[in-house]
Design a protein around this ligand. Sequence first.
Ligand code: ADP
Ligand code: ZN
Ligand code: ZN
Length: 745
Amino acid sequence: MRIAEIIVDEAHADIDRVFDYYIQADCENISAGSRVLVPFGRRKIEGYVIKLKDTTDVPKNKMKSILKVLDEYPVFTEKQLELAQWMKQQYSCLLIYALRVMLPSPVRGGSASAKQQKYAEINFDLKIADEIIETLKNSKKQKQIIEYLLEKGEDIPLSQINSDLGESSGSIKLLREKKLINITEKRIYRKPMGTMEDKQDKRFVHTSAQKAAIEKILNNKTGNKKFIIHGITGSGKTEVYMHLCSKMLSEGKGVIILVPEISLTPQMVSSFRARFKEEGAVLHSRLSAGERLDEWQRIHSGEARIVIGARSAVFAPVASIGLIVVDEEHETSYKSETQPRYDAVEVAQYRCAQHDAVLLLGSATPTVSRYYQAINGEYNLLSLPERVGDAELPETRIVDMREEFKAKNMSIISRKLKAELEACIDKGEKAILFLNRRGYSTHVSCRDCGYVVKCEHCDVTMTYHMTDSRLRCHYCGMEIKPPSICPECGSKYIKYFGGGTQKVAEEAQKLFPKAEVIRMDADTTNKKTSHYDILSEFEKEGAKILVGTQMITKGLDFHDVTLVGVIAADMSLYASDYRATERTFQLVSQVAGRAGRGSRKGSVVIQTYDPDNFSIIHASNHDYEAFYAEEIKMRQIMLYPPFAYYSRWVFLSEDEEGAKYEAENAFKKMREYLEANPDAAASVISMDIAPTLYVKIKGKYRYQLLIKYYTNENGQKAMSFFSSLNRYSVSLAFMTLEIDPLNMI
Ligand code: ADP
Ligand code: ZN
Ligand code: ZN
């Protein structure tokens, strides 16, 4: 008897393990990775075959049989099953979550179906065409259809006949009965982004830097297939990716290209479509269920071997991967903040190792931790130090907003920026105004002297919580009442930093009634095509100002933007996060990179209350290396990544005692482990249930167990025990593991 190990498609810790089922004789095409229907308790549910085997310890009378194999092919490859097991370990998530994230929901429950289209074709020998037409001389419509088909010379969709010749279904039916035509059905694939016109494919003679980068990747003999390409904005990274894609295709291999968010990179997608046509597929969450199904199947069948997509496209069912590219590697959107909480860059790395493929991370502002690893030999470092062609880097000026305040200019637009905007609009050119607004992270600062309230223990900015008007440190839990006068200069203009894109857009419109002001943020982009519509509008001829959030910093390539204004560079600087300076450097560099990409030189105005901050100064000089050198020193002193990491378990429950019990229980287990393992203990810098940080959110109590550990082997040892603490849970609280979380709220 053959037996299958199956995991059922239900998310519950108690049943997140394999169950054995008999395979009946009629389930021939079953294999590891097949999607099946099985009896489970009193229900029938979907499941996935993890393994086939011949023996089992389960008693015969306890075993049931698989009811049905649901697809003609396995939906997972062996390698994907392996990857899912790795994710379960790595992220302490349910195996079923890891499997689900690999399979778009329309493929799972089958909520969308393949689209078929009917075609008509001639069903007689063309030599007798004249005679046939003669026989139809009294049926005008039928004659017309036959002549039309003869003229087209191929099978034509019925819908097209109807639209070209007018409603024809009656006549088609008659022709079919006379066996003069054949009706066939074909699978058609819905095309995402079908509304976008494909650009002309542009081919370039590569610059010497592009050539060198490509050469190093293709003729790499180091045995290390991990690369970071550090290329300033506009240096031609995309062209490098595309060239490598062609190379991989010619070797019979596939490629996955990850972008931070696909709707924000329409230009990149259309460049790929222009070059790779049907070989390219797009995967992202804004596709309709049908489109997603079709794209997934085109990839699965090998018809499309180049996949572009956002985070979860890293799981695309490409059979033989030759290359995975992660563009804008530094973007936070590559980390999933819902179950399973995976890091797409780590997953990409795992898949590349499985396939012996090249991993290529690209950025103008590489993550500090990864750049450190690159310098230490973990990645091969490539660089594209110059913009392509004669486009020069924009000229950048920093405006001290405290001076504006002193000069009684209360506007959010400084005098300098206003003057530049005026000149830009007068010339009929385009400008971008960027405001980095992160919902919750308001900080308290002084408009007079720029003082910002920070935690005295952790040196990170304290976050203002509206609900109880307190300032909290998200790292150690310290909380204070916000000061009403500035402790530094005594000014009473100390307050929360607010303001939003809407306010900036209104102000810009008021100042420049002649210009068209367009806003792009979460509020204006809720439709599927909004991003594209907004950007197309902006691209049109004429003086325009685009006001937006982070969204506009990514991947846009407009040749006639000559001015970029950063409204408040400080906003991200004062996020309560060790990455705040890094984020600021990245944002300011990225947004500045949008200016002057064409032949006209661009200019950038950076408004800030902290003009001496090194991240702002180095960003304005386009100097990543200088920024990196200072930042890495700070990280070492403060023991932040890559030298040490924070991770935490979050315990969530409606029952406060339950959450607290689980947190304390986990803490106890961890302490016992560390007492028994002094070498691991030596690598733990701190561990605590942050007592003041349990906040009630949506009726639930939250406790956290926070650990900080050195990045070394012993630290990893401690961390791997920490990751498995959910083993000891007694289910009084929902437990989530967060490794190096993006925020500590
Ligand atoms: P990045 O991704 O590094 O920001 P892109 O790949 O978008 O840069 O390139 C910037 C611009 O330069 C694009 O308009 C692109 O079409 C063009 N480009 C890229 N490579 C070349 C080249 N070798 N010669 C001329 N133009 C190029
Ligand atoms: Zn002050
Ligand atoms: Zn603190």
